[in-house]
Design a protein around this ligand. Sequence first.
Ligand code: TYM
Length: 342
Amino acid sequence: MEQTPVAPQTERRKIIFSAIQPTGVFTLGNYIGAVRNWRTLQDDYDCIYCVADLHSITVRQDPASLRSHTLEAYALLMACGLDPDRSILFIQSHNPDHAQGAWVLDCYTQFGELSRMTQFKDKSARYADNINAGLFTYPSLMAADILLYQTSYVPVGEDQRQHLEITRDIAGRFNGVYGPVFTVPEAFIPKAEQGARIMSLQDPTRKMSKSDPNPKGCVTILDEPGAIMKKFRSAITDSEARVAHGPGKEGISNLMGIYSVFTGKDFAAIEEEFAGKGYGDFKTAVGEAVVQGLEPIQRRYKELMADKAYLEECYRRGAQQAMNLSRRTLEKMYKKIGFLHA
Ligand code: TYM
């Protein structure tokens, strides 16, 4: 499915799963491409969301930072509107079924297909001194995350498309051998105009990412209003001074996508609003819309981080709820494979 989903009544009980790595404060890309949609999906689906700490150690992490980033990521998900009373919200390493399921799926994943993953190729080039086995088998852990919950839809940004395809292949292969053990999931990727891929403000040919070599290219959802305005004012555009999207206008198209998400206006309305105005006005308007949109999230985040006992209660409960579901699938996998019942 290629759009932000609107669930028909009949899909009410279907399961949504998605996850985010705790590698620092979420970027505007994470928020627009993924987390923002996770919130609305709660109305129509049984949603399961997790902080993917197991995935994050494929790149070396400082232990103290990983610990604090994990709690912060959990609080940020809640601050973005994910509700632990309506959805299951947990931390990946708190449910051992993910690691166990991943081992099994490793044995049903081919070396050749893992070698073709662009993320593996990119990350092994970037971290050439630590090309570990986890970096290589990362997609089978992701497949376990998804398949353990009999997930129907996985809301992610465009960059995760290939991982979703391999998950479907693994599920199909396992089902082909043992019968229908897994639901074969589909990706939910927003339309390009709705932020499937938010680009760096300093280099609109690159995805916005925390690892952007130029920090001005990346806005995080906890950035102060002043910093947000500054980053938008210095965003790279083009020399044409016309607010419109299309080839050669990647910078402006990216800003239009962001503005559209925060104001609800479509591209035609944005072009009309800024007809005859300069880029300065437009960039200021985008910055202001983002500051305004993020303000309630920032406020809620501060409140949540001041109540660690509540966060702890939520993530413990979430892990238990997750385990109650994933255990059923894992047991089925073990039985089908022929492991002797313990
Ligand atoms: P991660 O942590 O890199 O990103 C979390 C989500 O944010 C989306 N995203 C973006 N969307 C639009 N524009 C951008 N610039 C941008 N940057 C990031 C990502 O597509 C993603 O949806 N492997 C996953 C985490 C994961 C997972 C899973 C996801 C682990 N297990 C199971 C789905 C299902 C990752 O590293 O996402």
